[in-house]
Design a protein around this ligand. Sequence first.
Ligand SMILES: [Zn+2]
Length: 393
Amino acid sequence: MASYRDLLKAAKASIREITPEDAEAQLGNAAFLDCRELDEWEQGAIPGAVFIPRGHLESKVENQLTEREKPVIIYCAAGNRSAFAAQTLEQLGYRDVVSMTGGFGRWKNEGRPWMTPAALNPEQRNRYHRHILLPEVGEEGQQKLLEAKVLLLGAGGLGSPAALYLAAAGVGTLGIVDMDVVDASNLQRQILHNVERVGERKVDSAKKTLTALNPDVNVVTYDVRFGADNILEILDGYDVVVDGTDNFPTRYLLNDASLLKRIPVVHGSIFRFEGQVTLFDPYNGPCYRCLLPEPPPPELAPSCAEAGVLGVLPGIVGSIQALEAMKVILDLGEPLRGRLLAYDALEESFRTFKVRRDPKCPACGENAQIVIAEYDDLCLPHAVLADGSETGH
Ligand SMILES: [Zn+2]
C-alpha cells in the first residue's frame, strides 16, 4: 500500500514545478490558482489569483478557468497540495499546468507581492449563500455586487422594486434621485413606501426601507430635480443607471449624459398594461436616440398620471431592470443590449425586438457632438456651432 510520501513523490514526478521567482515573471500572463483553505486565503494571497480550495477543485475549476490552453500556476502553502492539484488539472485536460515550489510561504518570505483578499464576513456568507452557491456568481461575484454602485432615477413604480431587489442582493451603493413626497395615491404600486410615510420625502422613505432590509447597503439620496445643471455630477462614479423616469425630456437628458460618461442605462417604461425594458450600453449598442430619435407628440404620449397603470406591472418591469443591472455588474449572460423586451400583462406575453445602433444618430453617431442642456417637449439635440458653442435655445 502506498504511503502519503509515496503518493507525493509520484505526483511530483508526474508534474512540472516552478520557483516563485519564475512564477512572478508570469504575473498577468498565467492564471494563478490558489488551492488552500478559506482561512489561509483570507490571511493573504497572490494578487489576481483564483481561489478554489483543493476539495472543490474538480467541481469548480472548469467554471473558473475556462481556457484549457492558458498556462496555470497552482500554489498552496508549501507546494505539496498544489502538486496533487496540478495532477488533477492535467487529468482534466489543462495543457500547461505547473505547481509552485515552496508555496505561498516561500513567495511571501522572498518579499514578492501579495494582498489580503476582500472577503465576506460570516453574516454576509450566510446572507448571500444562495448567490455563493452559483458558480457564475460565487464569493467573487458577491464581492463585485457589494462594491458596485447603481443609480436609480426615481423612487416610484419602477424604482421601488428595482431598489428593493438590488438592496436585497447586496449591491453596496444605491443612489436614489427623486424630488417628490410620498402621496397616498403612490401606494398602489410604489412598494418602497407605506401609509406612515405619506407626506415624507420619497428619498428618505426609500432609505429607511432599504436600510432596514440590508444594512450592507449605503443609500445615497438626491432630493433634487435631475437637470442639465447637476446630471453629470450625480452620474459620476456610478457603474449602472436604472432609469425609472416617466418623461421624455429627462430620458433624453440622461441618454446624452450617460453617453458622455459611458455609463450603461437600464431603461424601463410602463403604460397602462404594457411595459418595456432595454439596456443602453454607450457605444457598444444603440442609445435611446437610436431607438427614438424624437419623442412622440404629447397627445400620443400621456404620462402615467394621465393614462393609469395597473398595479404589479411596475413590479415586473422594475424587477427585470434590477436583474439587467446585476447582469451588467457581474458580466453575466446576455443582457438586453440591442434588444427591447416588451411585456403585455393582458396577453401575459413577452416579446423581444432587435434595436440597431443608428450610424447617423445625433447622440452616439459618428459625427455627433453632445451638449448637455435642458430639453423642451421636443427633446431635440442642441445644435452646436463650429466653435463649439451652442445655438440659441
Ligand atoms: Zn444613438
